[in-house]
Design a protein. Structure first.
Length: 94
């Protein structure tokens, strides 16, 4: 991942929700060579080649509802309004 702005169609951000961020941080560091910077009281920034690429957060809060573990991947688009207007018209190839 470079310092340059992402182009349309490129992945630009990832969020991971996990029940064990400390374990998963070690896993992704070994597997993908990601590094992390703590966000005190929240989770971690994901760094790829020293650049911010996402976040890793616990999927629970001490006194509230939990979310299921998951991953959110964001893709850059040229025009958000035009992309939203396609809602319901795109289908996945099988």
């Amino acid at each position: 991942m470079s310092n340059a702005a992402r182009q349309a169609g490129e992945f630009c951000w990832i969020n991971l929700l996990t029940p064990n961020p400390d374990h998963d941080r070690e896993f992704y560091a070994r597997l993908l060579r990601w590094s992390f910077r703590e966000i005190p009281g929240m989770g971690y920034l994901i760094l790829v080649d020293g650049q911010q690429a996402g976040g890793m957060f616990p999927n629970f809060v001490p006194h509230g509802p939990s979310s299921p573990p998951g991953i959110g991947v964001m893709v850059r688009v040229e025009n958000a309004d035009a992309t939203i207007s396609l809602e319901g018209t795109l289908t996945a190839a099988r």
